[in-house]
Design a protein around this ligand. Structure first.
Ligand SMILES: *Cc1c(COP(=O)(O)O)cnc(C)c1O
Length: 388
């Protein structure tokens, strides 16, 4: 049996996949089983932040595999301590909880926000405001938090206690932010929702109102964090630091890892027995994360991300099929005039280019390490498809 048949006979069909078997990658390119090469402007949905099999990252991960691959959270490990320290320092947070994915990081944020409020104010202040068109994950709580009706099917009953506000509608926010609310949860740039950055004014209003009422701000930076937008956290573009920030995707360069970061208010909310994860903070994932952090915080790295992002955006400017370009940094949404994004993605595959969609848009999330030559080649392929 070939790979695709074998796969489809045994893996449940919860994804619609392209008929393509990826075999290996190096730098910002990967090859399928037939040896066909692809330039990657999707980086495994923003996860391979350093591209494929980056040498230093791979060395760090392999060394950890050969030293201590896992123990449990009943003990301490140096690599976890080191990663936690560096991540808190870099992001400007007091403490964190390690988990294995974006949804888990958001689960942790939701639990922490509710406990913060319960500890301080007692019952009845459990609601969390999330935004229409948001995406926070696939677990029951994070699906319930997700502000898109398409996700609210089949699995009833969903979790109570989430209230949706229309993004950028300050009046809607004011009307719903009552004394039953313990937190407002946002993506500064809605990723899955279509690469839409929030208005600065709306973000300001959230922080002002929340500060007045001791309501926590949770920033879901699972997609926007760890350098994606040219800043370590996207909140920096808005001059804001959330009480809780969640990270995953690119944080460990392609190894499952998530983190929920706590500022002053929440750093001691989770007490022994209130939360846990068998794999959370796994040493291999932490070693990968350290290698990513070392690179992303190295001199000039984030400035280069910004330069590359501007270069890509400039190159796309004169394309007649493009209506508009959204997002910040290397999180790029492209609205097309006549073509369907999904058709463009398929055409790109045929032409050796990996890209993504987000709703009706074409979405680019290149590895942060992409170089100008690869950008030239990749964007050339994309433009040819768009203009033919
Ligand atoms: C991808 C994503 C998630 C879910 O992350 P998983 O690792 O798939 O659980 C949550 N929030 C945002 C903003 C995301 O982009």
């Amino acid at each position: 049996m070939n790979t695709i048949d074998k796969f489809n006979s045994h893996v449940t069909h919860s994804y619609s996949r392209y008929p393509l078997v990826m075999e290996k990658g190096s730098g910002r390119r990967c090859k399928d089983e037939n040896g066909k090469e692809y330039i990657d402007l999707g980086s495994g949905v923003g996860t391979n932040s350093l591209g494929y099999c980056d040498e230093k990252w791979a060395d760090a991960v392999c060394a950890q595999v050969r030293t201590l691959q896992h123990n449990s959270n009943y003990y301490y490990t140096a690599v976890q301590a080191e990663f936690a320290e560096k991540l808190c320092e870099t992001a400007g947070y007091k403490s964190l909880f390690f988990c294995n994915s974006g949804a888990e990081a958001n689960e942790c944020a939701i639990k922490t926000a509710r406990k913060y409020s319960f500890d301080k104010y007692g019952k009845g202040r459990h609601n969390i405001i999330t935004l229409v068109n948001s995406f926070h994950g696939r677990t029951m709580a994070t699906l319930s938090a997700t502000g898109q009706d398409v996700f609210h099917n089949y699995f009833f009953p969903f979790l109570e206690g989430f209230i949706n506000v229309t993004a950028n509608d300050i009046d809607d926010l004011k009307a719903k932010l009552d004394d039953t609310v313990c937190a407002v949860m946002i993506e500064y740039i809605q990723g899955e929702g279509g690469v839409n950055a929030l208005d600065k004014k709306f973000v300001d209003a959230i922080y002002d109102l929340c500060a007045e009422k001791d309501v926590l701000v949770i920033a879901d930076e699972v997609q926007t964090g760890v350098g994606r937008t040219g800043k370590f956290l996207a909140g920096e573009h808005f001059g804001k630091k959330a009480d809780i920030t969640t990270l995953a995707k690119g944080i460990a360069g392609g190894i499952p890892m998530g983190a929920c970061l706590f500022g002053e208010k929440c750093s001691e909310v989770l007490t022994p027995g209130t939360h846990g994860s068998t794999f959370g903070g796994n040493p291999i994932a932490c070693a990968g994360g350290l290698a990513v952090l070392e690179r992303v915080t190295s001199d000039g790295f984030l400035d280069e991300v910004t330069e590359k992002a501007e270069y890509i955006r400039k190159k796309l400017e004169d394309c007649s099929e493009i209506e508009s370009i959204s997002g910040i940094g290397l999180m790029i949404g492209i609205t097309l005039k006549t073509k369907k994004a999904s058709d463009v993605v398929k055409k790109a595959l045929e032409n050796g280019l990996l890209i993504l969609t987000a709703k009706e848009k074409v979405r680019l999330l290149p590895p942060l390490t992409i170089d100008m030559d690869e950008i030239d080649k990749g964007i050339e392929i994309l433009k040819q498809i768009l203009e033919e």
